[in-house]
Structure formats: structure tokens, C-alpha cells
Design a protein around this ligand. Sequence first.
Ligand SMILES: Cc1cc2nc3c(=O)[nH]c(=O)nc-3n(C[C@H](O)[C@H](O)[C@H](O)COP(=O)(O)OP(=O)(O)OC[C@H]3O[C@@H](n4cnc5c(N)ncnc54)[C@H](O)[C@@H]3O)c2cc1C
Length: 397
Amino acid sequence: MKSIPQPIVIVGGGFGGMTLALTLKSNNPSLPILVVDSESNFVFKPLLYEVFSKEIRTWEATPKFANIFANSGITFLKNCLTKIKFKENILEFSDELKLKYQYLVLCTGSIPNSFSIKGVDENCYFFNDLNDLNKLESLFKISQTNSLNKKLFIVGGGPSGIEIACKIKDMFRDQYEINIVEKSNEILSKNKIFNREQAEKALENRKINVLLNSTVKEVSENLITISNDSGTANMDKNIVIWTAGVKPNLSYLDAHDISKKNGRILVNDKFQIGNNKNCFAIGDIAIIDGMEDLPITAQVAMQEGNHLARNIELLIHEKDLLPFEFQDNGEMISLGIGEASISGLGLTLAGKLAFDSRRLIYASKLPDISETFKSATSWVFQKKSIFKRYFQKDNFS
Ligand SMILES: Cc1cc2nc3c(=O)[nH]c(=O)nc-3n(C[C@H](O)[C@H](O)[C@H](O)COP(=O)(O)OP(=O)(O)OC[C@H]3O[C@@H](n4cnc5c(N)ncnc54)[C@H](O)[C@@H]3O)c2cc1C
């Protein structure tokens, strides 16, 4: 094994980065690993809907990195990457810290994409991280005390839009008239048919309106402008939640630094970035050259993290790296309080049973944190220890 004078630096401790760090360390206890993240907490994004609906508590879905990595031998640093000097192998951070790396892994995830549509950044709410969740919670707290039937628009008929729409309906009943705006001719167009059918039923049962083939042109303080086959209309709105798409979070890269495709870092099937064979990218920010585009999901990021752990080991032992192959292990979607839909690995489940199974599967995937920080009253961590062994690591997403 080659000696590693500097730590392997992983920037971004989300699904990809955390999986990579924990797997690499557990298989190679002597390797020095540094995880850098701009936030203090890991965010288990698929459970944010349950945090919003108070079905689980915030800390259960957002454990602190310091707790996740406590006693693991992995060093955690809270800092925000602002620049990479690839030729000199140097990272620069927001507090002017400079760090030299020998091996670098980037996994900085996604941020909402407003597609430069007028007024979206200023007048919409988002649902991507803890900050967004806190803003939405405050908004609903204030808004709830006012009159009934306020107009709520959710832009994007993908999983995020559907999941948040169903939760809001179940939480607030008829206080809001909920409209989902989707530019294609169906909701969940990239998802499994079974989950789409279950979602359609869930929306119908809740009397949530779905405006298909409709595109948002502008959002102002009081109006949303929507265009479809019949023309363009300005509609009154109280709240707009934007879930119409994400883009890679790459503010630290200069335009000419490296090759990109669809805004994401182009990597080979071993996750190496161009000619920088000691630099890798995984998760939402990466796109694999020559491979069919993979879904932008936690399942993909975790599988990539596990695979890259193996490849870094091979690289250090001066062996050939292995190409990545994605295994589709299914998908799960929450459909309101106490309901969900699961499809994959030959299994389809809907309703309460799917809801319970989804929570148990996620509980099994939550990062291990030190016993000291687990609360005896935590649903997630009680179930995790009981059910972890029944669920394979990368199943579902
Ligand atoms: C509401 C919501 C629900 C979702 N539900 C599902 C689901 O049900 N199933 C599923 O498979 N996927 C789901 N996803 C998608 C999934 O969460 C992402 O695909 C996954 O998180 C990607 O993993 P990642 O490691 O690439 O990035 P992330 O997990 O987002 O981690 C990125 C990390 O990088 C850090 N970071 C960013 N920039 C910097 C910087 N400059 N310096 C230092 N650190 C930085 C961030 O703080 C973050 O911790 C959902 C996403 C959202 C928003």
C-alpha cells in the first residue's frame, strides 16, 4: 500500500460522502479521512416530509455530523469549499483556510433550480434543506390563523411536489386549495407505474387539483402566470412552493475547470474527473460518461459512495479500478400522513403497510450515531436497531 501523507478529503457529507467515508474507514481503519461540510447536520432528505408533518422529530432526520463521526476515526470539519486549484491540489474555503489534498472526492449535492424564471427566487418557497423547512414551517404557522381556502400552488409533479402536497392536505384539510402545476402530460413521469397510479388516487381522494401540460412563466408577489394549450393566465396565489427541478451545487468550480454535461461534472465510470485521476465526483453533482443518465436519488449516491470506497482502496494498492454498475432496487414515495407506495424488487405495496415499511427501511439506513445521542423515546432509533438486519443497505431510495 502506498503511504498516504495527507488525508483523503471528502467535500460534502450527504448520502454519497457519508456512505463513502464510513465504508472506506471501516474497511481500512488506518486511512486518514477528512469530511468537510458547510453545514453542521446531515439531512436525510427523504424524511423531511415527515419532519414537516411532525410524524418524526427534526433531530431524528438531521443528526449532527459531529455525532455521526464521533469515535469513527474520521475527522469532520465544518467549512464551505469556495475554490479548487486542480493543478496544485489545493482547496480553498470560505474562512480562507487552504488545504492540500492527495485524493479528493466532491459530493456537494443539489440546490433548487428556478430555470431563471422571473420572480421564482424572490416569491417562491423551496423544499430542499433544513433552512427551507424552517421557512415553510413559519409560513404555515402564520398563514393558518387566517381565513380558509387560500390558494397554494406547488410547481412540479415529481415525487417532491406530490409528497409535500399530500402532507399539506392531511395536515391542514380545507384551509388551502392545493394546485399542482406540471409541465408534462402526467405526474411522476420518471417513476414506477405502480407508484404513479397510487399517487394519482391519493391526489384524487384529497381533491388536490393537477394542472398538466402547464408551464409557469412568472411568479409575482400576488400572482402566478401559467401557460397551457388554452393560453396564458394570471392567477391569484397565496403561496407557491417550487419543486420543479434541481441543479448541481458547484459554486466553487470555475467555468473552465472541468468538463460538464447538463451542468453536472462529467466523470468516467470509475468516478474520476477528466485527467485528474486523484479527483472524484459522486452523487447528484456527477454524471457518468457513456452511461444512461441515472436518477438523482439518495439510492444512486449511496451505491456510488460504496463503489468509490472500493475503488479508492484499489487505487491505493495500485490496482485497476472497477467500473460502476447501478442496481435499481426500487423506489418509495410517501402519500400523506400514514400512507405510502413502494415499488421494486418484484414487490408492490400501498397504504398503511407501505408507510410502515418505508419508515422501517429508512430507519435502517439512517447513519449510526453514538448511543449517547440516541433518545430512548426516538421511534427511528428504536426501530433501527430491531429492523436493520432485515434490510439490505442499498435497497429502495
Ligand atoms: C425533499 C427531498 C426528498 C427526497 N426524497 C428522496 C427519496 O425519497 N429517495 C431518494 O432516493 N432520494 C430522494 N431525494 C434526493 C436525495 O436526497 C439526493 O439525491 C441525495 O441527497 C444526493 O446525495 P449527495 O451525496 O449527492 O448530496 P447531499 O445528500 O445533498 O449532500 C451534499 C452535502 O454537501 C454539502 N455541501 C454543499 N456545498 C458545499 C460546499 N461548497 N462545501 C462544503 N460542503 C458543501 C451539503 O451541506 C450537504 O451536506 C430527495 C431530495 C429532497 C430535496
